[in-house]
Each structure stands twice: as structure tokens, then as C-alpha cells.
Design a protein around this ligand. Structure first.
Ligand SMILES: Nc1ncnc2c1ncn2[C@@H]1O[C@H](COP(=O)(O)OP(=O)(O)OP(=O)(O)O)[C@@H](O)[C@H]1O
Ligand SMILES: [Mg+2]
Length: 561
């Protein structure tokens, strides 16, 4: 008997719909893209319960006729391309003719559209049209309402996150469109609260709106890239402040993040902010490589990458002195494209790759021994190397300990203990004010109670957060940085979200660990003893604390066996 069965079309279409529709945020993304493709200058977005029960996108675009309305929710129906080759000469967001049909298949959808000549309303459930009739409206444009997403795919509905989290994901996508389309007005409402109401403006105004905390930034202009970058003094500990677009299409591309940061050279400090628009002739880019169109492929990446590096470098120069900035590997002539830059990029690629390899190698080493089992006894002498490594002898070999990683781990454990046991807080006489954008504010709202039970008492105001009390182990001067890092970390959606206590401990201990100073002998010795006593083997992020070379390995190396 054959084990392979042909899937019924209803299953096939739900699977296909699932690829396009990942959740409310992707519905909102597809609907806004359609509105922009329809030449709208004003777009209104509304969600209820994070978009799980209701999503509405209203525009003042070209609208659709009755015939188009019916076709719009059919599979593979588009007004944007005719031949496959058109994908390589694309000036619209859409091209697959799949978004509306996918959304319609997994929801109840109502579309009202007025093309200036006629106005109609279509209702469909699970992709099947229930009614279509004339429906008078005054204005040209389209309103699309999506009710009960995944109502007919309970397995998918179960995987949707809490309304607050879905709302945040939607907000972040809306922000990406607000940044990329300054000439378009946007209103965004969630549960009847107006989150954004922005008139047509400029990129700078939009940048200020989304990243109000960044006070130093500059515009950059290259051959293929333009946008805004922050001074290296403004950064986040993750890349949520780096938003890149290719042909105005938001993309998440590891290589682009890396290339952007390479432009900062020696001045790079954590992850600076950057909103970059990469516009290349359509034939040089393939946008059809990802189901949600979040990745692209360049046909000549080096050409684009070197332009980004050069333009970012020019921008960064405005903030930093030449001495700090010029790194050995930076190409000397920046206004000529060919070989030097290509070589630079090649070297950078290599560096990138080797560092990954190195990580794996170190992981291999660290798994070779388990310090907790070996019962190492510390001999008298230790040696401090390069202000960061401590070398010492154990029973069966020599050990090199990464001092700061070990220090971080010990502090991490201590802070975690405090958070779990004796939560001491300090009330601030003068509250600390932290400017935040809307989506960060959402996270704070979402985590309000958890933050409070972990020592952060806060007040949420219109455009800022007031911190009223803090856990006692945080230094006053570190509060703002640590708080920002905590909420930044919380905004990254993850399948296994980290516990807030772990995030606080992680950020707080990182802030407390100082590097580059002369480590004292006693301090190093004390730390080794503490780490051995507690049986710790890795830093809080899983990097190894020790490298061991056994005497056996030494003997065999020196051919003494
Ligand atoms: N807001 C709108 N205003 C006017 N026409 C629209 C609107 N939304 C959709 N359409 C029409 O419906 C068609 C189908 O939309 P859909 O999003 O499914 O496909 P697409 O945008 O062509 O391609 P993709 O699947 O890549 O988004 C579009 O090609 C367009 O003609
Ligand atoms: Mg579309």
C-alpha cells in the first residue's frame, strides 16, 4: 500500500496560507503594502486584542472595481506583474498575488472598495465569498477588515502570542512603514487608543519619532544607499535600532547588519542606530527568496556592500576624530570602488567566518573537561596575562581562566540570588527619566508588574518612563543603560523567552564588570577559588571560563611519552 497520499486542496491551501500569514503583524504588513502599492497618501490601521480578533486597514488609494474585488482574494491573482521576468523589474511591494487570498483563507474578511466609479462590499469566510453588493461610500479607497485570524486553523491560533505581545509586533511593523514612507500619513490605533497619528513629514522627523532617545545622528548618501545613522555614542545592546530596507522593503539580513557596523571601523561601540534605504536597479536584486519577503538576494553584493561601508564611514567621520576612526583594515581611498574595498570586504567576511569557527573550537575545548568533577586544587602560583587571563596549575594540567567572564558569572549568580531571595530596593529621591519610543513603552506596559516585583517601580508617562525605585545592586549611574537594555532584550520575540530575573541579572552584572584594568593578584586568586568552589564552567552566556592543557598533552607535544 502506498504511504504517500496527495493532500486535499483545502489542506494544501491552508499550509500555503500559513507561510504568508505568520500572525497579525504579517497581515498588517501585507495590507499596508497593498495600500501603498495602491498609491495611498493616508493609511489608517486599527487592531483589537493585538490583531487576534480584529484588524482594519483603510486607505485612500486607487480602489478596486467589483470584478477586481472578487479576483483580489483568489489565489495567484495580481494586478502587479504579468510575466515571471517582471519580478526583476518591480516597483511595487506586491507581486505574488497571494497575500489577500492567504489572509482570506484563514479569517473572516470584509473588503469595501471605491475606485471613484463604483463602490462595493465583499464578505468572505475562510476564503469563500458570502456576499458582494454595492455599498455606497463617499471617498475613493479601500477598507479591509480581518476578523478572528486563524479561526479555522485552531492549531495556528494556539500559537499566537498574548494580545500585548502581538500588539507590540504589529507596532514594530507599523513603525517600519512609518519610517520608510515619510510622504504618507499614518494613523495607528490599538484597542481604541491612538498610538501614532503622523502627517506626511520628513525622514528626520520620522526618525525622531521612532527613536526619540537618539540625539546625535546624520544623514548619509551613497550611490545605492541613503538614510540616517547615529553617532557611535548612541547604541543599543542589540540590533533593534538597525532597520534596513531594500527598495523600501524591510529586510532582515545578517550580512547587511555586519556590513553596516563595519562602516563604523574602530569607532564601533555596541550596535549603533541606522535606518538605511538600499535602492538598487531592480535587475540587481531578487526579492522572491522568502515567503514573507523579509530577505533579498543581490546579484553583485560586493558592489552594494562597499557603497554602504563607504557611506557609513563618511557619516561616522562627522562624529569622531580621524585618529580613533582609521583602522588598519580600512581602505585608504574611499572614493574609488575597485580592488581595495573588495579586499576589505573579503577580509571582513573571513574575519566573520573565523570568529564563528573559533567559537565552535572553544566550545569543543570546554566540553573536554568538566571542572566540577575534576576537583582541581589550586597551587600557589598564578600568572595574570594581558590584563584578562589568569594562568594557574591544577592537579592534571595547566588552566587558563578568562577573568572577566568568570567575574561576570560569579556576579550573575549573586545577583540572581538576591533577586530570588532578599529583594532590596532603593527609592530614588530624584526619579530617573528615560525617553522611550512607542514600542518600547508598550513593552514596559506589558511587563509593568513583573518589573515592579523585581525592584523597578515605574511611572509610564506620554513619551517617557520615570523610574522611581531600583534594585539595590544597581549603581545609580548605570540605571538608565541597564533599564534600556532590559526592555530592549524583552522586545525580541523568542520561542523561549528569557525569565526577567535572568535578564536583569545579566545586564546588571555586565555593567558591573570592568575590563582593561590591572587585575590584582589576590583578586584573581580569590576569584579562581570562588569559581572552583561553585563548580562554574561557563559565563552567563555559555562561553567557557577555562582552557585546559593537560600535562599528558604537553608531554605528547614535547615528545616525552
Ligand atoms: N488596498 C488596496 N487597494 C487597491 N487594490 C488592492 C488593495 N489591496 C489589494 N488590491 C488588489 O488586489 C490584488 C491582490 O492583492 P495581494 O496582496 O493578494 O497580491 P499582490 O499585492 O499583487 O501580491 P503579494 O501577494 O506579493 O502581496 C493586488 O494585486 C491589487 O490589485
Ligand atoms: Mg500584496
Amino acid at each position: 500500500m502506498a504511504l504517500i497520499k496527495k493532500l486535499p486542496p483545502s489542506v494544501v491551501s491552508k499550509i500555503a496560507a500559513g507561510e504568508v500569514v505568520a500572525g497579525p503583524y504579517s497581515v498588517v504588513k501585507e495590507l499596508i503594502e497593498n495600500s501603498i502599492d495602491a498609491k495611498s497618501t493616508s493609511i489608517e490601521i486599527e487592531i483589537i486584542s493585538g490583531g487576534k480578533s480584529y484588524i482594519k486597514v483603510k486607505d485612500n488609494g486607487i480602489g478596486m472595481s467589483k470584478e477586481d474585488l472578487i479576483l483580489s482574494i483568489e489565489e495567484h491573482s495580481t494586478s502587479k506583474i504579468e510575466n515571471f521576468e517582471d519580478i526583476y523589474n518591480l516597483h511595487s511591494y506586491g507581486f505574488r498575488g497571494e497575500a489577500l487570498s492567504s489572509i482570506a483563507k484563514v479569517s473572516r474578511i470584509v473588503i469595501i472598495s471605491n475606485n471613484g466609479e463604483e463602490s462595493n462590499k465583499l464578505e468572505a469566510i475562510g476564503g469563500k465569498i458570502k456576499s458582494i453588493e454595492p455599498y455606497p461610500t463617499n471617498e475613493k479607497g479601500t477598507i479591509i477588515e480581518v476578523y478572528d485570524l486563524f479561526f479555522n486553523v485552531p492549531a495556528r491560533r494556539k500559537f499566537l502570542k498574548s494580545p500585548q505581545t502581538e500588539k507590540r509586533l504589529v507596532t514594530e511593523f507599523v513603525e517600519k512603514f512609518i519610517l520608510a514612507n515619510p510622504e504618507t500619513g499614518f494613523i495607528f490605533k490599538s484597542d481604541n487608543e491612538v498610538i501614532y497619528n503622523v502627517k506626511p513629514s520628513t525622514l528626520i522627523e520620522r526618525f525622531n519619532l521612532i527613536f526619540p532617545e537618539v540625539k546625535e545622528f546624520t544623514e548619509i548618501n551613497g550611490k545605492f544607499v541613503h538614510g540616517i545613522i547615529s553617532s557611535p555614542n548612541y547604541y543599543r545592546k542589540n540590533r533593534t535600532g538597525q532597520i534596513f530596507y531594500v527598495q523600501k522593503r524591510f529586510v532582515q539580513d545578517k550580512m547587511l547588519y555586519y556590513i553596516f557596523e563595519s562602516g563604523y571601523g574602530e569607532a564601533l561601540n555596541n550596535h549603533p542606530y541606522g535606518v538605511l534605504f538600499i535602492d538598487v536597479p531592480p535587475r540587481l536584486v531578487d526579492v522572491n527568496v522568502h515567503p514573507q519577503k523579509l530577505e533579498v538576494k543581490f546579484s553583485d553584493p560586493n558592489l552594494i556592500y562597499s557603497d554602504i561601508i563607504r557611506s557609513v564611514r563618511e557619516g561616522v567621520k562627522k562624529f569622531v576624530s580621524k585618529e580613533i576612526f582609521i583602522s588598519e583594515k580600512t581602505p585608504k581611498q574611499t572614493n574609488t570602488l575597485p580592488n581595495q574595498n573588495q579586499k576589505f570586504i573579503k577580509e571582513s567576511f573571513q574575519e566573520y567566518r573565523t570568529s564563528e569557527k573559533f567559537d565552535n573550537k572553544v566550545k569543543q575545548y570546554s566540553s573536554l573537561f568538566d571542572i566540577a568533577k575534576k576537583n582541581i586544587e589550586l597551587k600557589e602560583d598564578i600568572l595574570i596575562l594581558k590584563k584578562r587571563y589568569v594562568l594557574f596549575e591544577g592537579e592534571d594540567g595547566i588552566y587558563i581562566m578568562d577573568f572577566h567572564a568568570a567575574h561576570e558569572r560569579v556576579l550573575y549568580e549573586d545577583i540572581l540570588k538576591k533577586l530570588n531571595e532578599t529583594m532590596e530596593t532603593i527609592d530614588l529621591i530624584v526619579p530617573i527619566q528615560v525617553k522611550v519610543g512607542k514600542s518600547l513603552k508598550e513593552i514596559v506596559k506589558e511587563k509593568f508588574e513583573e518589573l515592579e516585583s523585581n525592584g523597578f517601580k515605574i511611572d509610564i508617562l506620554e513619551n517617557e518612563i520615570k523610574i522611581l525605585s531600583i534594585p539595590s545592586f544597581i549603581k545609580l549611574s548605570d540605571v538608565e543603560d541597564i533599564f534600556r537594555e532590559i526592555i530592549d532584550e524583552l522586545r525580541i520575540p523568542s520561542q523561549n523567552p528569557k525569565n526577567l530575573k535572568h535578564i536583569i541579572a545579566d545586564k546588571a552584572c555586565k555593567a558591573a564588570v570592568k575590563t582593561g584594568y590591572d587585575i590584582k593578584y589576590e583578586e584573581a586568586k580569590g576569584l579562581i577559588e570562588e569559581v572552583l568552589k561553585r563548580g562554574l564552567t561557563t559565563c552567563p552566556h555559555g562561553r567557557p571560563l577555562f582552557l585546559k592543557i593537560s600535562f599528558k598533552e604537553l608531554d605528547s607535544y614535547f615528545e616525552r611519552t
